[in-house]
Design a protein around this ligand. Structure first.
Ligand code: ADE
Ligand code: ZN
Length: 341
């Protein structure tokens, strides 16, 4: 027992000590209740909670849609460039705490432009906080803009047009929001245009919906990384392909538990995906809503599944090798990991 405790402590120390990359993080999902209250006061925007306890009670989700309804309501307090700066800066402090040295951040422009907030306020607030993070903490980053899949392709096309003025600040486009009933095929044209414009392509697929969404994301949208993708296990053909092509899956364990994709941690399939030889990474998705940042996701996995030290190291190395940084920077970061193991 004592020996087990010692090993457990050593593994948790290793998780905390190793530098990591995060590839699936919605910046709006890092809005902690404390900052939500502060911005609600600053901007005189009403929120439907009387205190922090009340917020925490409301964060009891039954599926993806039940979360999204609350998440979009929370985002209403974000108005000015300074708000987006503060939001991103708060997440950067969590990166420091979690030893995240590279992060690829999603943002949802339509959530804000549809409320009359300018694209520029959003992107410039996020970008300036990331520039300061590089200067102050040496944290590198990329920004990925996601289209909301519950809206039309025409709306996504308008958003892409607007984004072109900020092309140098946005490395890629993604697809998020309500998955069921909004398959990747709905966005084939806009992804084609984004590819022509030189954006990297990713998409949420196989979070709740079946494997056909993952096939469509790969074959019709030609994405380079799959966000979530945990339903892939239901198709042998797909598993074989993901393994052969080493297409990265940005898995978000806490999110999957909180949104009832799996009933509990013991049921999570990440170890099976990893053991099959898929390119798996661990990420926090919407950490302010899902009970913890990146280290907590790793710790929960370690404590509930039979993950070995090698598994943890592999997951962390995958996060760098699957990122959109240069080969040179990948090499530098992987060397840092190797020096600590
Ligand atoms: N937007 C924020 N988090 C999301 C998730 N887990 N799935 C789809 N859309 C999202
Ligand atoms: Zn997500």
């Amino acid at each position: 027992m004592e020996n087990e405790n010692k090993i457990g402590k050593r593994m948790i120390d290793l998780i905390k000590k190793l530098p990591k990359a995060e590839l699936h993080l919605h910046i709006e999902g890092s809005l902690e209740p404390e900052l939500m209250f502060e911005l609600s006061k600053r901007n005189k925007i009403k929120i439907p909670y009387k205190d922090i306890e009340d917020v925490k009670k409301a964060y009891a989700f039954t599926n993806l849609q039940s979360f999204l309804d609350i998440y979009y309501a929370g985002a209403n307090v974000l108005i000015t460039k300074q708000d987006f700066y503060d939001l991103t800066h708060a997440y950067i402090l969590k990166c420091v705490e979690n030893n995240i040295i590279h992060t690829e951040i999603f943002f949802d422009p339509q959530t804000h432009t549809h409320r009359g907030i300018s694209f520029e306020s959003v992107i410039s607030g996020i970008k300036e906080a990331l520039e300061d993070a590089k200067e102050k903490y040496g944290i590198t980053s990329h920004i990925i803009m996601c289209f909301l899949r519950h809206l039309s392709q025409e709306d996504a096309q308008k958003t892409l047009e607007e984004a072109l003025a900020f092309k140098n600040d946005i490395i890629g486009v993604g697809l998020d929001s309500s998955e069921l009933g909004n398959p990747p095929s709905k966005f084939e044209e806009v992804f084609k245009k984004a590819k022509e414009e030189g954006f990297k392509l990713v998409a949420h697929a196989g979070e709740e919906a079946d494997v056909s969404y993952i096939f469509e994301a790969l074959d019709l949208l030609e994405i380079e990384r799959i966000d979530h993708g945990v339903q892939a296990i239901k198709s042998k053909e797909l598993m074989k392909r993901l393994k052969e092509e080493q297409i990265p899956l940005t898995v978000c364990p806490n999110s999957n538990i909180e949104l009832k994709v799996f009933e509990n941690y013991k049921e999570h399939n990440i170890k099976e995906l990893l053991d099959f030889g898929l390119n798996i990474t661990v990420n926090s998705d919407d950490p302010a809503y899902f009970k913890g940042y990146l280290n907590q996701n790793f710790i929960n996995l370690y404590e509930n599944l039979d993950l070995s030290k090698d598994d943890i190291i592999k997951l962390i190395k995958n996060s760098f090798s699957s990122s959109f940084i240069s080969e040179e920077l990948k090499h530098k970061y992987l060397k840092k990991v190797n020096e600590l193991i």
